[in-house]
Design a protein around this ligand. Structure first.
Ligand SMILES: *[C@@H]1O[C@H](CO)[C@@H](O)[C@H](O)[C@H]1NC(C)=O
Ligand SMILES: *[C@@H]1O[C@H](CO)[C@@H](O)[C@H](O)[C@H]1NC(C)=O
Ligand SMILES: *[C@@H]1O[C@H](CO)[C@@H](O)[C@H](O)[C@H]1NC(C)=O
Length: 218
């Protein structure tokens, strides 16, 4: 009898581990989304379902993340950390997130970023760093960030942006740069040249697709 009870309680425990949802979150199984927003959380809930694809942690008070913080959710595609209190990110925080496509860090207190930080995110498509206190970005990311199409760094404290960094995002389509402390000097000139090329490329792409469109119509 005792043995059976023990077995039963371990099965229940296992079920809760496998199918459970952290107490302060809502889990939507069909989309594999977990919503832990606005819960006054200071850290990431420890018992996230391992199959999670979307994790909403916005509007909390998370001010620090350890290395491998998201180890328990390796399939994550979208991570929203909007409106938390992060002031710096340890290298290795995002380790293991091989499939992450959207990372939203808007409205935190970040002041600088290391290039190593994003090395572990090969699939990243959208990175939003708006409304932080970033005054410093790495000069380059080491290797091209082929999959990045959206890069937002508006409302920060940047005075310059290196051309090399932008060149490491060959497929970027949307750039949000406004409301920084841009300093008008030679550094900014290289950004200006890059932007001119970027706008021209964009224009050519449009022309090309219009021409294709015309051909099809004929
Ligand atoms: C940010 O989150 C806090 C809760 O931690 C909330 O009270 C506040 O309204 C949020 N701010 C914005 C701009 O959404
Ligand atoms: C990040 O979150 C903010 C606030 O919800 C939103 O305005 C912004 O579009 C998001 N960025 C991306 C890249 O999804
Ligand atoms: C970009 O994403 C594709 C799959 O979507 C992946 O095969 C490729 O390795 C990624 N690029 C980089 C530089 O990792």
């Amino acid at each position: 009898m005792k043995g059976e009870l023990l077995l039963l309680s371990s099965v229940i425990f296992l079920l809760r581990v496998v199918c459970g949802c952290p107490t302060r979150c809502h889990c939507h199984s069909p989309s594999r989304a977990v919503d832990c927003s606005r819960q006054g959380l200071a850290e990431i809930p420890p018992d996230l379902p391992p199959q999670t694809l979307t994790l909403h942690l916005q509007d909390n008070q998370i001010h620090q993340l350890p290395a491998f913080a998201f180890r328990s959710v390796p399939h994550l595609r979208t991570l929203n950390l909007y409106n938390n209190s992060l002031s710096d990110l340890a290298p290795g925080v995002f380790h293991g997130l091989q499939h992450l496509q959207v990372l939203n860090l808007t409205q935190n207190s970040l002041h600088s970023l290391e290039s190593r930080l994003f090395h572990s995110l090969p699939q990243l498509r959208e990175l939003d760093l708006s409304s932080n206190n970033i005054s410093h970005l790495p000069i380059s990311l080491g290797k091209p960030w082929e999959n990045l199409t959206v890069f937002a760094i508006q409302q920060n404290q940047l005075q310059q942006l290196d051309r090399e960094l932008l060149e490491s995002m060959p497929n970027v389509r949307l750039l949000f740069l406004k409301d920084n402390l841009w300093k008008c000097n030679c550094h900014l000139l290289s950004l200006k040249l890059w932007l001119e090329k970027f706008i021209y490329k964009e224009y050519q792409d449009k022309e090309r697709s219009m021409r294709l469109h015309d051909k099809r119509r004929r």
